[in-house]
Write a new protein. Sequence first.
Length: 747
Amino acid sequence: MPNGADTHCPYCALQCAMTLTPAASAAGAAPATSSDAAPASPATPALPGEGAVPLEVSGRDFPTNRGGLCRKGWTSASLLRHNGRVTEPMLKGSDGVHQPISWDQALMLVTAAVKDTQKQFGNDAVGVFGGGGLTNEKAYTLGKFARLALRTSRIDYNGRFCMSSAAAAGNRAFGVDRGLPFPVTDLDSASVILMLGSNVAETMPPFVQHLQGARDAGGLIVVDPRRSATAAFTGDGGGIHLQPTPGTDLALLLGISHVVVHEGLADTSYIEANTKGYAAVVRSLNAFWPERVQSITGVPATLIRETARRLAQGARSGGSYILSGRGVEQHVDGTDTATAAINLSLLLGLPGSARSGYGTLTGQGNGQGGREHGQKADQLPGYRKITDPAARAHIAKVWGVDESLIPGAGLPAVELLKSLGKPDGVRCLFVHGANVVVSAPDTNAVTQGLRSLDFLVVCDFFMSETAVEADLVLPVTQWAEEEGTLTNLEGRVIRRRKALTPPPGVRTELWLMARLAEMLEAPSMFSDDPETVFEELRLASAGGLADYSGIDYAMLDRGEAAYWPYPVGSQGTPRLFADGFAHADGRALMVPVTPSKRAVRSFADDSLALATGRLLEHYQSGAQTRRVSELLGSQPQAKLLIHPGTAAARGIADGDYATVTNQRGEVLCRAELSNSVRPDTVFLPFHFPGQENANRLTEAVTDPISGMPEFKTSRVWVRRAASTTVSAAPVAVPAGSGLPLHAKEAS
Ligand SMILES: Nc1nc2c(c(=O)[nH]1)N[C@H]1C(S)=C(S)[C@@H](COP(=O)(O)OP(=O)(O)OC[C@H]3O[C@@H](n4cnc5c(=O)[nH]c(N)nc54)[C@H](O)[C@@H]3O)O[C@H]1N2
Ligand SMILES: Nc1nc2c(c(=O)[nH]1)N[C@H]1C(S)=C(S)[C@@H](COP(=O)(O)OP(=O)(O)OC[C@H]3O[C@@H](n4cnc5c(=O)[nH]c(N)nc54)[C@H](O)[C@@H]3O)O[C@H]1N2
Ligand SMILES: [Mo]
């Protein structure tokens, strides 16, 4: 790689373009491991274990980022030669300490564990947990590996925690799920953008430039119980911040829709020509007039009316977009809430219009492609259903196997994790690209499940908190050390380029799965060459909703924009709904939805609503970003955002340690007093492990349609901490307060 590799960032779905060139200090150097090499920035002391930065990162022009990167992107190369990197297979001894073993030994151990487990407990006793950060090639191969090499139905992935509610709602309404059904640059000319529970200013900083037009027009409307960095952009005439009680977005959206219908703002000719289900939706809105919605959500009726009017006005001139994020989707009613957002957009005639639209902002690097090619429990490549006989026949043919060899649907992620170690559950688990000890709901229970397994294999490049629990850790290549493709938040397929030789001892996951498939005598070919895998993926996806058959590496390398569906002979599909929706009749389906629960505004006792989310500096479970000194230096620990009045009532001062407690566990962290949260709400980021782990408190209760857990609203009690350490175990909560936050509405 003498002149640098044009590639994309390892982190989120914006997939900012970057160029990697050998760093001056490390040019031509063999993979470095010395800890005394220069840190990335002289201003921030290096963490113990941080090695030389082998590549320099520069932003590259691309529609999503236009050359910009965020702090995580700028520092991403610093992990490539981190001394904490796992560079040999590591087996846990009886003393609980991991010791290096050879790859041959490791592969033999895995093969034996799979065979023993399956002989004793059946094929489904082996499970796989994948990730939305895997390339398309890896995600595709993982799905095939589970079904054909492991012969198990038990595969799911962390995208269930991320995009599943938005995906379920999109599939139901439009017949297809592509996060943004239009290029991100379409947003630039919008005069109104409604951001539902998304904090792009921290989660996709370069995206903010696409909100500038709406902000300049005073039309940025942000719905967040917190005055997030994105909500703050609505100040100085930029727009409106709606600050509902956490978990009440569905009611809020019904209120806005009510105004649209009752003030005659709906686009009736669009509705007639392009949708069905309108009458039932109108009926379902009757009970949600603005004043009632104000009493449920705390959002003033005047602002509900104003939002509806602005959206309608934007739709007539300039353009209106509705975008949703995890804040509204990661709830037990996430699918219905996303559906309410879609219904609102259909009432206004936005989807498929040239200047307006609806979309959801996909999170992980390959959160889009990762949900299309078979790591989902109920799915085959090309966004096909595993229960569809035609889909099974097509995939069986591509794989060269008898259809009966492909198992049926497995269990969604939360159920899969609940089954760990249980009779009839999974007893041997493979983890590829997730750190569930930190990121899964009710993580105390998940950790117990992992510890009760007969065999846990974790593929990672670091000793993540989940890898620490593993019997065997298999070291894999990082993003800049392998070739592949990803599909960004616009449904655009892009190339990830290799810029560096991996450290000796590290293997690609394609290599690993190919070797294991061979040892397990899988009845199909598994290639370890990414382009060969992509060629197979093209065939497998052909004719499916997410059809990649017309895309190849050469055109991606030329920088051609490839938006799926891209059947052979087509030009791809930048604007997915330009010619109608994916249901057989071409219409979008409006599904009536109503809140089935009432998120309590103020509890009878002194409990609070805990909302969780992200900080700019850290990515997900923090497995990567907590190892970057500049990022950890700026956000070294979890802080509980709490309103000054709420804190004062508990004797908590800024910087004090506080305990956050409920039936499931306890978190101990510092409090940060801030007017940015409502007095009835506290906020915790979920990037930190151990006693700061927010997921000790979240509940593994799920959306009945999508399987999405309730990450965003938990009921908690906050106290000033007596000491600065706590136990991980669940603790007793005040008597009579065992009521779950999501008790069904009494009425
Ligand atoms: N820095 C950083 N960037 C990331 C990631 C990361 O971990 N760190 N992860 C990537 C991934 S995988 C994802 S999915 C995206 C997520 O991107 P976002 O959806 O922007 O992220 P979150 O911070 O989880 O949630 C957004 C907002 O939802 C608000 N919220 C909480 N509860 C509610 C509620 O009940 N209603 C409403 N309306 N809002 C609520 C929170 O206050 C928060 O500001 O970010 C991607 N980018
Ligand atoms: N409370 C709360 N919990 C949440 C959320 C929330 O908002 N609140 N958000 C949820 C969401 S949206 C998401 S997406 C999840 C994400 O949560 P996780 O699934 O835990 O995501 P990461 O921290 O990115 O974990 C990825 C792990 O895989 C490794 N890795 C990265 N790339 C690869 C690869 O290519 N191959 C392999 N084998 N390993 C790799 C990394 O080192 C890391 O250890 O968290 C969810 N959890
Ligand atoms: Mo996510």
